[in-house]
Each structure stands twice: as structure tokens, then as C-alpha cells.
Ligand binder design. Structure first.
Ligand SMILES: [Fe+2]
Length: 296
């Protein structure tokens, strides 16, 4: 291939690569390894262009890179990004690690770069992987109707799901040069429910300091009592996915069935389906689905 043709080909590849990078950025997939591979290819193309006499020799390498990137891009864009983007839905087993909204060292001196790298890239990533695995296994159980390991996968989904959802809140409720006080409606609600911002801050700090072992302190809104509340969670996996809203619930405490069904909980559960009020469940779904966070 003559040099001019090679240069034009390289220009086309660079334009395509920049386009893919832009799509990944728009979908908050900057931290995806594909994005780094594309950046590498772009800088390699720049270097190759400087080395005019060897230009034709680079073509094979570039073609190979493009082919690999094309396959991976298609997979991510088709399965992940576009589905997530157009449906606003994270498909089963396709949760992703949200990129930090600031550089790793941005919260120094309060939180070190080393902690942020480890906490985000390793710990949060393992929650994402664990949640995806649990969801895939539960989907398999539904398909095969084999629920033998369901308890295990429900536990995994609770542990990793809460980890993923809580960390996805945590990164975004911090920023460099943050602090101060809330304003507007939140400030008013805090004053109303806790007396003052100072009272809230003291209570929240004490809750955080007094969490037994591993856990979180949380400020939550209760749609039932119309109040803010401060909660602790000692083990975030017991047994919920924080940041979700219950729609349909079934009480399986013994007091709910024992007088009638004795130890036959299975029978109670089977019979219970005859009395579900789906109008109310639909109403709750309609209200709950108005709340939409950025999918990761
Ligand atoms: Fe954490």
C-alpha cells in the first residue's frame, strides 16, 4: 500500500476509534478496558504516522487491532450500552462499575488516592461481579426450575447487590471541596425532622461510629412516615438490597400462618397467591418506577 493510502486508512481508523471512545464516555464506561485499548491505539497511530518509511509494515498490526476492537465494541455497544441506554434498564447479569466522578486523588487529604483506587477498582468491582453472577445463577434456576441453591444465590445477590448499590451512592455523595450544609427543601426537612442541622450531624456521626463491625450509616427518606430517618446497617447483606423499593411482600413469620397451617409453610405460600391484590402492587410499581437513577 502506498504511504498516502496508508495515512488515509489510519485517519479513518482514528476517526472510528474516537467515535467509539465518545460513545463509551457518554455511557460512563470510561473505566472499561476497551476505552484504554482505544486510547492506546490512538497514540500508537500517532507514533506510526511519524515513521513514514515503515508505514506499510504497520498496516497488518492496525488491521488486527481494529478487528479485535470491533468485535469487543460490538458486544459492549449492542448488549450493554445500547440496551441500557434505550431501555433505561440494566439487563440481568450486566451491572457495571460506575466510573468515579473525580480523579482518584481528588478527595485528598481526607481520603487517600491509594484507598480510593483499592476501594473502587477492587472492592466495588467485586460486588459488581458477584451480583452479576448471582443474578445469572438465579435466572438459570428459574429456567431449569431447580431451586436447590436458591438460598445461597439470594444471599449472594443481597450481599453483592447492596454493596454495588450503596457504593454507587457513596462515590457520588462526595466531591472535592465539598462539605458545608445542605440548602433548600432538604435543609428544611432536616430542621423539621431533627431540630437542626447540628443535631442531625451529631446523630449521623454517632450512628456511624457505633456501627458494630462492618457496615454503613444511612440517611433515608421514609415514604410511609414522610420523615427522614438515620439508620445503621451492620451487615448490608442482611437480607436486602439497599436502594430498592418493596412492591409485593409476603409475611412468613410463624405468627402469620402457624395457628392454621402449623408447620406447613409451603401450603400457606401456595394458598396466599389466591388473595394477592394486584391493583395495589401495580399502584406501588407505578409510583416506585417514577424514581430512576443512572443505571450501572
Ligand atoms: Fe466499601
Amino acid at each position: 500500500m502506498e504511504n498516502q493510502k496508508v495515512l488515509t486508512y489510519f485517519e479513518d481508523v482514528a476517526e472510528w476509534a474516537k467515535n467509539i471512545k465518545r460513545i463509551l464516555q457518554e455511557n460512563n464506561l470510561d473505566s472499561n478496558p476497551l476505552s484504554r485499548r482505544i486510547s492506546n491505539l490512538l497514540s500508537q497511530l500517532e507514533e506510526m504516522k511519524k515513521n513514514q518509511e515503515n508505514l506499510p509494515h504497520y498496516v497488518g498490526f492496525v488491521q488486527q487491532e481494529v478487528e479485535g476492537l470491533f468485535i469487543d465494541t460490538e458486544r459492549i455497544v449492542d448488549q450493554g450500552v445500547s440496551r441500557k441506554l434505550h431501555s433505561g434498564r440494566v439487563p440481568i447479569g450486566e451491572h457495571t462499575l460506575p466510573p468515579l466522578p473525580y480523579p482518584y486523588d481528588a478527595l485528598e487529604p481526607y481520603i487517600s488516592e491509594e484507598i480510593m483506587r483499592l476501594h473502587h477498582d477492587t472492592h466495588h468491582k467485586s460486588y459488581v461481579d458477584g451480583l452479576n453472577k448471582a443474578e445469572n445463577m438465579m435466572e438459570k434456576a428459574r429456567e431449569s426450575k431447580n431451586y436447590d441453591l436458591l438460598k445461597h444465590w439470594e444471599r449472594e445477590a443481597a450481599f453483592h447487590g447492596s454493596g454495588h448499590y450503596l457504593h454507587s451512592i457513596f462515590w457520588f455523595v462526595m466531591k472535592p471541596n465539598g462539605g458545608g450544609k445542605p440548602s433548600g427543601a432538604l435543609a428544611k426537612q432536616i430542621n423539621h425532622d431533627f431540630g437542626s442541622f447540628q443535631n442531625f450531624k451529631e446523630h449521623f456521626s454517632e450512628a456511624a461510629k457505633k456501627v458494630e463491625g462492618v457496615g454503613w450509616a444511612l440517611l433515608v427518606w421514609s415514604p410511609r412516615s414522610h420523615r427522614l430517618e438515620i439508620l445503621q446497617t451492620e451487615k448490608h447483606q442482611l437480607m436486602t438490597q439497599w436502594d430498592t423499593i418493596p412492591l409485593l411482600v409476603l409475611d412468613v413469620w410463624e405468627h402469620a400462618y402457624y395457628l392454621q397451617y402449623k408447620a406447613d409453610r409451603d401450603k400457606y405460600v401456595e394458598n396466599w397467591w389466591n388473595i394477592v391484590n394486584w391493583d395495589e402492587v401495580e399502584k406501588r410499581y407505578k409510583e416506585a418506577s417514577k424514581l430512576v437513577w443512572q443505571p450501572y
